[in-house]
Design a protein around this ligand. Structure first.
Ligand code: BTX
Length: 323
């Protein structure tokens, strides 16, 4: 309700300080008893509130929800996340985003879920997406760029996510070309870019982002426990998912504007600042081949340049990198 929204806004302006019951009732224009009832309702929804005589109330913890309301409350973007499609349980947010994009959903539409039953990685691999602990989301973009430039958007997305994580958690993420974000050497994020396009023209780009936020190690399946991590495991405390989504969307929008105006170069420079693979000996596993060599860098198109032992430079469009 409108009163609820105002009350939450008051608490958010107070930034963790107490607000007296008297003041709340004046601003909301309701009785002290009504204020008390609203506070009880907030508690039932998962907010933790402290009540101290003479001082009033303060919110000590907001519930970790990621519905459209939570994400849009305080969101500072103009386009990204202005339309949100939330469902508690989905097969894959990519699948839903494809359908919405096909039906004409506007640029910036975000699909987000608490749980994916068949989350997808690249090459038909599985992305493990358990309930309530991660961010499983897909963003619809409609850039006027040729299809072959779409991989640049994967790199752009990786920079946006890395910046968002850095801002909200203080952790320093590394990017492993093309689409993994690692914290202390373990995979915390996967990004999957898919297209709806004709030969010359993109209809939409669907950027799927999966972030392990609050999992404990035993919540990962055994086969990935050694390679995967969550932000809370690395940080040592739980992280509010809606805050992180908002931060990422804002970074993304800023980078995306830069990209559309000035091209890939500014993004490339930022990307290189996070990259762990450049300058190192790596092995690139492609579906048909494994190539060992030194990662020289990425081209202006976002393609990986790998110098093999015989001096031949390979241009790699898609692969899994072993460091
Ligand atoms: P990828 O192919 O690079 O990574 C998939 C591989 O990563 C798996 O084979 C497995 O080894 C490992 N893995 C699976 N789940 C996890 C996890 N939760 N954390 C760490 N490692 C894992 C990466 O593909 C792209 C993933 C995109 C996921 C998003 S979530 C929202 C959207 N919807 C959807 O279905 N996919 C995207």
């Amino acid at each position: 309700s409108e009163t609820r929204r105002k009350l939450l806004e008051l608490f958010s302006q107070a930034k963790g300080d107490f607000i007296s019951g008297q003041k709340i009732s004046e601003i909301l224009g309701c009785s002290r008893t009504a204020v008390w009832k609203h506070i009880e309702d907030l508690r039932k929804e998962g907010f933790e509130l402290e009540a101290v005589r003479r001082l009033g109330y303060r919110i000590t913890k907001a519930p970790d929800k990621i519905t459209a309301n939570e994400i849009q409350f305080g969101l500072q973007t103009e386009v990204l996340g202005r339309h949100i499609y939330y469902e508690e349980e989905v097969t894959s947010t990519q699948k839903i985003a494809h359908k919405l994009a096909y039906e004409g959903a506007p640029e910036g539409t975000l699909v987000v879920a608490e749980l994916q039953t068949t989350g997808r990685g690249r090459l038909d691999r599985t992305w493990f997406s358990p309930k309530g602990t991660g961010i499983w989301m897909s963003l619809i973009l409609r850039p006027a760029i040729p299809p072959q430039k779409a991989p640049q958007l994967t790199l752009l997305a990786a920079v946006a996510v890395a910046q968002g994580i850095q801002e909200v958690t203080g952790l320093f993420p590394d990017i492993k070309w093309p689409n993994d974000i690692l914290i202390n050497g373990k995979k915390a994020v996967g990004i999957l870019t898919e297209l709806q396009a004709e030969s010359e023209r993109i209809h939409s780009v669907i950027i799927g982002i999966g972030i392990n936020v609050n999992q404990e190690i035993e919540q990962f399946p055994e086969e990935i426990q050694r390679i995967a991590t969550s932000l809370s495991l690395e940080k040592g405390e739980k992280i509010n998912r809606a805050e992180l989504i908002k931060a990422i969307l804002l970074k993304f929008e800023t980078l995306y504007r830069q990209y559309l105006q000035h091209g890939f170069l500014p993004i490339k420079l930022l990307w290189e600042g996070y990259s762990v693979s450049i300058g190192k000996e790596i092995i690139a596993h492609t579906p048909n081949d494994s190539i060992k060599g030194k990662a020289l860098g990425i081209t202006d198109e976002g393609v990986l340049m790998l110098e093999a032992a015989d001096g031949v430079i390979h241009y790699i469009h898609s692969a899994d990198i072993e460091l």
